[in-house]
Design a protein around this ligand. Structure first.
Ligand SMILES: C[S@@+](CC[C@H](N)C(=O)[O-])C[C@H]1O[C@@H](n2cnc3c(N)ncnc32)[C@H](O)[C@@H]1O
Length: 277
């Protein structure tokens, strides 16, 4: 198991609070080529699929960005529970939502591998960019299916194996990272856009994937370096090292030559339904 699927590491370091996640979200929000926010795009699809009086559970909700981005159009009849493995993340989620918006939700610390709700409780479960962290994915998918009502829907966004590939290449070129690679998609057998349908079909008989067309065109280095630092164990040392300087120069040269650093994004939404019980 890698650190990105180790609950202790995730709770105590990577997601102890929202700071590291925020650095990554900032880069995507500033430099994505698609001007529509991915959570607005996703919410169009969630709204179209659900009744006006739905019961909704979000697992691995992070800072609650889905709801912040769509606060103007959350149906008043929805009952929404936001949950996360990390208590610190959930506290930062409440802050990010602000008091008024937070009052619309209930909050629960929980591991998606063991959901503390009875069978058939929800019309929808949302699991965005979190199933790749789960060590026992079959257990998590079975739990999600268990708490969904008949005809309930799972919405799960995830990345593909080519996501931010160029970043890996730049970092390897200057030996900032070794051959193991950087980031979440190096988790072996993680939940990706390539293999997700197969993993969901063990519990859901109707699984669809829709890709979100976007990329990164980065024109400033500090937010990119913050993004890189956000996944490191010892960012203070690593980002002061000569290798970090070599990486900065490499990236600076890309901007000087090409006007921007072009980075592939590969991201999509799975919609999964169980039409039988
Ligand atoms: C990359 S963040 C995504 C946050 C949010 N869904 C979003 O799209 O912005 C992953 C989140 O999943 C949570 N997480 C990781 N493993 C989990 C698990 N086994 N059960 C529940 N949440 C988990 C982390 O604490 C973190 O907040």
């Amino acid at each position: 198991m890698t650190k990105f699927q180790n609950a202790d590491y995730l709770k105590s370091q990577q997601y102890a609070g929202a700071d590291k996640l925020a650095a990554r979200i900032r880069l995507h929000e500033r430099f994505s080529t698609n001007t529509v926010h991915v959570h607005r795009w996703e919410f169009d699809r969630i709204l179209a699929a659900l009744p006006v009086d739905a019961k909704v559970l979000e697992v691995g909700a992070g800072r609650g960005d889905l709801w912040v981005e769509n606060k103007d159009r959350i149906p008043s009849g929805w009952h929404i529970a936001l949950s996360d493995l990390s208590a610190g993340m959930l506290e930062d989620c409440k802050k990010h939502l602000g008091m008024e918006l937070a009052s619309r939700f209930s909050f629960e610390i929980m591991d998606v591998q063991s959901i503390p709700y009875s069978d058939a409780s929800f019309d929808a479960v949302i699991a965005n960019y979190m199933l790749y962290h789960v060590p026992d994915l079959p257990k998590a998918v079975a739990e999600i299916r268990r708490v969904l009502k008949p005809n309930g829907v799972l919405f799960a966004m995830t990345n593909g194996i080519n996501h931010i590939n160029e970043l890996d290449t730049f970092m390897k070129r200057v030996r900032f990272i070794d051959s193991e690679g950087y980031g979440l998609m190096n988790v072996r057998d993680a939940f990706t856009t390539q293999n997700g349908a197969e993993k969901l079909r063990t519990q859901f008989d109707d699984v669809q994937l829709e890709m979100f067309d976007t990329a990164l065109r980065v024109t400033e280095l500090p937010p990119l370096m913050d993004y890189i630092a956000s996944s490191l164990d010892d960012p203070d040392n690593r980002m002061q090292s000569p290798l970090a300087l070599a990486l900065w120069r490499e990236l600076e040269q890309r901007i000087a030559e090409d006007g921007a650093i072009h980075i592939t994004k590969e991201t999509g939404l799975f919609t999964a339904r169980c039409t039988t019980r």
